[in-house]
Ligand binder design. Structure first.
Ligand SMILES: Nc1ncnc2c1ncn2[C@@H]1O[C@H](COP(=O)(O)OP(=O)(O)O)[C@@H](O)[C@H]1O
Ligand SMILES: [Mg+2]
Length: 310
């Protein structure tokens, strides 16, 4: 691959804490403009990787480049190109939202006017305009995280690093944050997103890297990961009344689970399974309230790759 098209290039990087090898000879590249998901269970090494990529931790060996700049040799220039939302958050509680933005903007060398314009725009887009002059320590977790993303993008970075940005947030904050991430990406910003939320990775990422115990288990598009590791299809159905699971037994359906008011059927032959459902509805004069077929799931691929249960 042409290295000019790469926003992030990681070669044979290793990080140890004492004797523990936390990142084990990892190599991967992220293309410019890509939404790259870094997915792994807790303790897999996601935060450690982000901290190496953003110049907070130095790898014990290997080479990391950000837009061609070596992060250990040229840290300032590399850092100017990036915005970071760290795992623990990085906003000052004793400053207001506007003061946080002003301070960050100043750190990146922006003019007063630019800071003012961008701060107002970001506060508005993130639903914080009215609270802009309140101390951040009076904010909810979701609001603090919105200040954090505003600060991370005030200098219009080329790459945005986000470490589990929506973990434990309310729906509104989650949407405002992921909406902002999407908007940044549409303007050409590369997105590096760590998450253990498989659905979020599936929805937002063009490419997913699955990391497990410090090693890369797979890198591919979500759809290819799914079809490689899982051939199972699921069907969700709900009828207007309860039915006996046994009455649905068919060789095309290899397991049935009840989920709330729905039944979830696992099959490798969705055509036959759906016909069986319709026939049953006719036989027993049931009304089908909803019927959804879903392809293989990323969750299944993830569990297989990270050696989880079953
Ligand atoms: N500063 C540190 N000192 C010692 N061990 C650490 C340190 N930071 C992380 N670890 C260990 O490294 C592993 C990976 O951690 P981390 O990168 O935070 O995982 P993740 O973000 O995927 O949950 C874990 O086993 C963790 O306990
Ligand atoms: Mg982490």
């Amino acid at each position: 691959m042409d290295s000019n098209s790469q926003a992030i290039t990681v070669k044979n990087s290793t990080k140890r804490f004492g004797k523990l090898v936390v990142i084990d000879d990892v190599s991967f590249a992220v293309n410019k403009g890509e939404v790259f998901g870094f997915l792994g269970p807790n303790g897999a090494g996601k935060t450690t990787t982000i901290r190496m990529l953003t110049g907070i931790l130095t790898p014990d060996s290997g080479n990391i480049r950000i837009h061609g700049l070596d992060i250990t040799k040229d840290p300032i220039r590399a850092k100017m190109a990036m915005g970071v939302i760290p795992e623990a958050g990085n906003v000052y509680g004793d400053l207001t939202a506007r003061q946080n933005l002003a301070l960050t903007g100043k750190y990146y060398g922006l003019s007063k006017n630019t800071i003012f314009e961008r701060a107002e725009e970001l506060l508005t887009k993130l639903g914080l305009h009215e609270r802009g002059n309140d101390l951040v320590r009076t904010f909810s977790k979701g609001m603090r995280q919105r200040v954090s993303i505003a600060c991370a993008i005030v200098h219009e970075p080329k790459i945005l690093f986000l470490d589990e940005p929506t973990e434990g947030l309310d729906v509104q904050s989650r949407r405002l944050i992921m909406g902002t991430v999407n908007r940044m990406n549409k303007q050409g910003c590369t997105i590096f997103l760590t998450t253990h939320n498989i659905e979020e990775a599936n929805r937002f990422c063009e490419k997913i890297c699955i990391i497990n115990k410090g090693k890369i288990a797979a890198i591919d598009s979500p759809e290819r990961l799914k079809s490689t590791f899982d051939k199972t299809q699921t069907i969700e159905v709900s009828f207007n009344q309860r039915i006996d699971k046994e009455s649905l037994s068919d060789e095309s359906i290899y397991s049935i689970e009840a989920f709330g008011d729905k039944l979830r059927l696992y099959t490798d032959n969705p055509d036959r399974a759906v016909k069986r459902l319709v026939a049953l509805a006719q036989e027993q004069e049931l009304e089908i309230i909803s019927l959804i077929t879903c392809g293989p799931s990323l969750e299944e691929a993830f569990v297989k790759l990270t050696g989880g249960e079953k």
